[in-house]
Design a protein around this ligand. Structure first.
Ligand SMILES: C[S@@+](CC[C@H](N)C(=O)[O-])C[C@H]1O[C@@H](n2cnc3c(N)ncnc32)[C@H](O)[C@@H]1O
Length: 287
């Protein structure tokens, strides 16, 4: 692992280190369905970026956390560089993947990708990180993505959105509470254990910003359908699959097909999708 010297001066601790708050949220939405919907998005990404081609050369997993999506990145690229600002979480990911000679680890913030040379990366996975960082750091991060990506390189940007206006929350053991932008910024800059700041993006302004920063939006897709808009199905457990999460879709269960059909149908109307789904996936291209 390559340490970044600035990190030792300003050590970051993710407020939901053990994933307790996140797991609680996922349970409300039915974990199996939650995983399947994400697997569908990842499959769409794989089909777009690989096409008929062989694997990409280098992928970056920005805010890898416990390394949950490293197997997916290994399925599309020969080398993966996984980084995180929280050393404890990065070490957990290292324990799981250290024996894999195609995975490299870097302790740094997303806005400080200095050890990575310009124009050297094919694909960046930025999964559920933007909603926990300060607006300033988010902007700097987009600048770093432009610098390290090859021309026409990709970013998979997964985050949470609101139906209309941007809003900010703090998630804790007692549930989620709306907060102001200033408090959100304060919590991102000075993390408090057990108080997870969450930014819900306004998709229109987010898209505008991404375009201003030089990204083209190849496609977008809303996922993690709210329970009241999801078909009632009795799924046998499909979460046991280890490795590439897109393998979850290989289940022959009729109900899996049913979930995917509902997801596609919700996405046929953007306003409806915004109302019915919690998260958004955007596949970006460096223009
Ligand atoms: C919700 S978790 C997502 C983890 C992983 N990407 C996934 O989808 O499972 C957010 C992760 O982003 C990391 N993180 C937060 N701010 C960061 C920053 N500025 N730079 C790099 N990582 C950051 C946190 O430490 C945490 O591991």
């Amino acid at each position: 692992m390559i340490p970044n010297p600035i990190m030792s001066q300003n050590e970051y601790a993710y407020p939901d280190r053990d994933e307790r708050l996140t797991s609680r949220l996922i349970q409300n939405y039915n974990e199996t369905r939650w995983n399947l919907e994400e697997a569908y998005v990842l499959k769409k990404v794989k089909d777009t970026v690989l096409g008929e081609n062989e694997k990409l050369s280098v992928s970056l997993d920005v805010g890898t956390g416990l390394g949950r999506l490293i197997p997916f990145l290994l399925s599309i690229s020969r080398k993966v560089i996984a980084l995180d600002a929280d050393l404890w979480r990065l070490e957990e990911a290292m324990k799981a993947f250290n024996s894999n000679s195609s995975v490299f680890f870097l302790w740094t913030r997303s806005s400080r990708l200095d050890p990575i040379p310009p124009g050297s990366v094919d694909f960046i996975n930025y999964s559920h990180v933007a909603q926990h960082v300060s607006p300033h750091e988010f902007l700097e991060t987009l600048g770093e993505f432009q610098r390290v990506l090859k021309m026409n390189g990709w970013v998979l940007f997964l985050t949470t959105h609101s139906e209309g206006k941007e809003w900010f929350l703090v998630s804790s053991e007692d549930g989620a509470e709306e907060i102001g932008k200033e408090e959100y910024e304060k919590l991102t800059l000075n993390p408090v254990p057990g108080k997870l700041p969450v930014r819900k993006f306004n998709v229109d302004s987010l898209e505008k910003l991404l375009k201003e920063c030089g990204f083209e939006i190849e496609w977008k897709f809303y996922y993690h359908v709210k329970p009241e808009f999801a078909p009632r199905v009795e799924l046998r457990n499909t979460t046991g699959a280890i490795g590439d999460p897109t393998e979850l879709l290989e289940s022959s269960q009729k109900d899996v097909e049913h979930i995917m059909k509902n997801l596609k149908s919700i996405n046929s109307n953007e306003m409806e999708a915004r109302r019915k789904a919690l998260d958004i996936a955007m596949l970006l291209r460096k223009g």
